[in-house]
Design a protein around this ligand. Structure first.
Ligand SMILES: *[C@@H]1O[C@H](CO)[C@@H](O)[C@H](O)[C@H]1NC(C)=O
Ligand SMILES: *[C@@H]1O[C@H](CO)[C@@H](O)[C@H](O)[C@H]1NC(C)=O
Ligand SMILES: *[C@@H]1O[C@H](CO)[C@@H](O)[C@H](O)[C@H]1NC(C)=O
Length: 441
């Protein structure tokens, strides 16, 4: 299964704290040697302030040895530094402990008013925020994510977006919210960051491309943990040209997550066409059983191939940190897609043949189809005498047809522009890092 594992590809786009949950997952799946995972974990931990965690992992790696002295020294250093940073930030920390102030903060909508109030009544000085920033960062490295979120929350309220730490603070808060599993707040932060990145022209386009690629990776935690996330991910990854462009140029492996989101949501079948186009364009840079499943089904109409890929897909989904929770939805919907596509080609199908295509027994298949029809998920009738499924026809009104065309036209033109841009870059002898060249000049 290691063949399909994306942890190595995702890692470079994640903060190191965000990699820990992925490693925990891999360790539980036993895809890799446990010792290798522990070593990877330790290498990451040694760059943080989580000394106790490092000691635990070291003990697991070397059960018969005492933890080295150096850990104790390091631990004392961390405590001293924490003490010092807390001291420096204490004027602001005291504000956060003051109930009146907190009440005023939660009710004041206007930053100016709040600042006037804080300065007048509580001797607040905006320059002290630098020490809060340092403390929040240190707390984060210690693994105290709840302290980090509350300090950074305050930071964002009192500082303007032009503040030099502002972007870092947005990233820090997002990471801390994700690690605290506060998905709704994390989603708010994700949106703030998206707005910030989209509104600010970075000094070069490579930089904004990188920021977007990071955001795409971090957002996976949120999208696959929030119910509405599987819907939001389609809007952001597929229908925001900037993000789709980032995926295509920097991280086509993200197509696995986009494809899964489209597959599990039956009401987003219209996205399928657009997705399949992207998958086809990228098939020379990225492929896995999930993207191949869609290609077999919607490009080649190869039902046997799709059925085999579905089998592999189950393994992939089961062993993917982000996707495992979608497993049942995935299988059910993928089966349905095979079925629907098959039915679109054939107006009238014998249940025996369908059962064969879906790996089911005939009576099981009939039951499944009856249920689909009953839940209004399939427009068809069963002719039980002949053991046939007869598909209903849903003629689209001309108006609907027009809407569909217009809809796909804008997507098509965007794809075309992207294609032309890429061709041009290829011609200048540099297909992927056009931006970098610009940056270097
Ligand atoms: C916040 O402080 C301002 C300024 O002192 C005051 O006018 C306002 O009533 C306070 N609001 C709350 C909710 O305490
Ligand atoms: C995190 O930091 C806060 C503030 O210093 C502290 O009250 C809390 O106990 C810490 N939490 C953990 C889990 O260490
Ligand atoms: C699928 O998409 C629809 C429409 O955008 C949305 O309302 C629904 O919540 C989504 N369902 C799932 C399971 O994500």
């Amino acid at each position: 299964m290691a063949k399909w594992d994306l942890t190595n590809m995702l890692g470079p786009y994640l903060d190191r704290h965000l990699v820990f949950p992925l490693l925990e997952f891999l360790s539980a799946k036993q895809i890799y040697d446990q010792k290798d995972i522990l070593e990877a974990k330790l290498a990451l931990l040694n760059k943080t302030n989580m000394v106790d965690y490092s000691i635990d992992v070291t003990k697991l790696l070397h059960p018969n040895e005492d933890a080295p002295e150096s850990f104790k020294v390091r631990r004392q250093e961390v405590l001293n530094q924490l003490h010092q940073l807390t001291d420096e930030a204490s004027p602001t920390l005291n504000l956060l402990k003051n109930d009146d102030v907190m009440k005023n903060i939660s009710q004041q909508r206007d930053t100016k008013g709040l600042l006037t109030y804080l300065t007048k009544e509580h001797n607040f000085n905006i320059e002290n925020m630098e020490s809060m920033y340092k403390l929040a960062k240190f707390m984060y490295e210690c693994g105290n994510y709840s302290a980090t979120t509350s300090y950074l929350y305050f930071y964002l309220i009192v500082t303007p977006p032009t503040d030099k730490n502002y972007l870092n603070v947005l990233w820090g808060k997002l990471a801390a919210e994700i690690l605290g599993q506060n998905w709704e707040s994390a989603l708010d932060d994700l949106n703030k960051l998206k707005e910030y990145i989209d509104a600010n022209t970075f000094s070069n386009s490579l930089q904004s491309l990188q920021q977007r690629s990071w955001l795409i990776h971090w957002s996976l935690f949120i999208f696959f943990n929030l119910d509405k996330g599987r819907d939001l991910i389609i809007d952001m990854f597929l229908y925001r040209p900037n993000y789709l462009n980032a995926i295509q140029t920097m991280c086509p492996h993200i197509l696995r997550y986009l494809a899964t989101a489209v597959i599990v949501n039956r009401s987003r079948r219209s996205a399928l066409r657009d997705l399949v186009k992207v998958i086809q364009q990228e098939s020379y840079t990225y492929k896995d059983p999930i993207t191949e499943f869609l290609e077999h089904l919607y490009v080649n109409f190869d039902f046997e191939g799709a059925r085999q890929k579905l089998h592999e897909c189950q393994e992939v989904v089961y062993n993917d940190f982000f996707l495992i929770a979608c497993l049942d939805d995935f299988v059910e919907n993928a089966r349905l897609m095979i079925f629907e596509t098959f039915c679109r080609i054939h107006q009238c199908i014998s249940i025996g043949m369908l059962a064969e295509k879906l790996n089911m027994k005939p009576d099981e298949a009939e039951c499944w189809i009856v249920n689909l029809i009953r839940n209004a998920r399939l427009d068809a009738k069963i002719d039980s005498k002949l053991a046939h499924v007869v598909m209903g026809t849903q003629p689209l009104s001309p108006y609907q047809q027009l809407l569909e065309k217009v809809d796909s036209l804008s997507v098509k033109s965007e794809a075309l522009i992207a294609l032309i841009e890429r061709k041009v870059k290829q011609k200048s002898g540099d297909n992927r890092w056009g931006q970098q060249q610009e940056f270097n000049n």
